[in-house]
Design a protein around this ligand. Structure first.
Ligand SMILES: C[S@@+](CC[C@H](N)C(=O)[O-])C[C@H]1O[C@@H](n2cnc3c(N)ncnc32)[C@H](O)[C@@H]1O
Length: 268
């Protein structure tokens, strides 16, 4: 996904609706696994607009936290919120010496990274032997309304094109939905499962709030990018009409989130 283009809408609509509450819970998990009496050093991979960093800092201001992301504009939004220690670089690269971090975190990022095995190898290097890797992925059954959205999108874009942009931008979203896949991948790459649970988050929204978020996610922002202004306005009118026929003028968004904690195998 072109996060550069999407950064300001992402912060305004997507973070507020979908990412802020899981990020707070991720921060709480991180705090639970660290010793509050000493300084802990953490890196948040694919930090985006820095939401996880903000939440950890609120819970424990003594954390030293670095953030890393490949999108300048996402990082610019993070900087505008006063977040320092952020680096523009593309994963799997993590440019830090071995044994640097007590915690490596990643909030909804692994499904975007093509070279996942190289990334896991690099995480193992920068994590202290006693450290934890803490991350979230979307779980199955995110929303009952996906079919209304995709049916409308399909009247503007072909299935093949849609599949291609999804595969290019989020190559392994469905793989990471399944906890069994994740645990197997991690074990094969030298990690040991410490904790996994699924949490359901829901939010009651007006239809226009819900759609503003969808317009800023992958297919929405691609549509805005490639359609003429007239077609884009017509797509927005069509989505509004299709949704309002089914849900009226408000909607309950439901998202299932996997929370994972791993450590390096052999260091238990
Ligand atoms: C779904 S967003 C999550 C952002 C943030 N972690 C949050 O919870 O709000 C995914 C983020 O990963 C970043 N990203 C995707 N692929 C990346 C890569 N190969 N290297 C670094 N960052 C990447 C994107 O720029 C984006 O900010």
């Amino acid at each position: 996904m072109n996060y550069d283009r999407a950064a300001s809408n992402y912060e305004r609509f997507v973070v507020k609706q979908r990412f802020e509450t899981p990020a707070l819970e991720l921060a709480q998990v991180i705090i639970r696994y660290t010793d509050a009496d000493r300084e802990n050093v953490c890196i948040d991979l694919g930090t985006g607009t820095g939401i996880v960093i903000t939440q950890i800092s609120k819970l424990n201001p003594n954390f030293k936290i670095y953030g890393l992301d490949s999108s300048s504009e996402m990082l610019q939004v993070a900087r505008s919120k006063g977040i320092d220690n952020i680096i523009k670089i593309s994963l799997p690269s993590i440019p830090f010496p071995a044994n640097t971090f007590d915690v490596v975190s990643a909030s909804f990022v692994f499904s975007h990274v093509r070279e996942i095995q190289d990334l896991l190898k690099n995480i193992k290097t920068v994590l202290k032997p006693s450290g934890f890797l803490v991350f979230t992925t979307w779980g199955e059954g995110q929303t009952a309304y996906n079919s209304i959205w995709s049916d409308t999108v399909k009247s503007y874009l072909s299935d093949d094109y849609l599949n291609e942009i999804t595969k290019t931008n989020i190559p392994s979203e469905t793989f990471f939905e399944e906890p069994e896949n994740v645990v197997e991948l991690m074990q094969e790459n030298g990690f040991l499962l410490v904790e996994h649970y699924v949490r359901q988050f829901s939010k009651h929204l007006s239809l226009s709030e819900y759609l503003d978020c969808r317009y800023s996610l992958l297919t929405g922002s691609i549509m805005e990018n490639i359609l003429s202004e007239n077609l884009w306005q017509s797509f927005k009118a069509d989505t509004k009409y299709s949704f309002s026929k089914v849900v009226g003028d408000s909607i309950t968004y439901v998202g299932n989130v996997n929370f994972f904690v791993f450590k390096i195998a052999g260091d238990e």
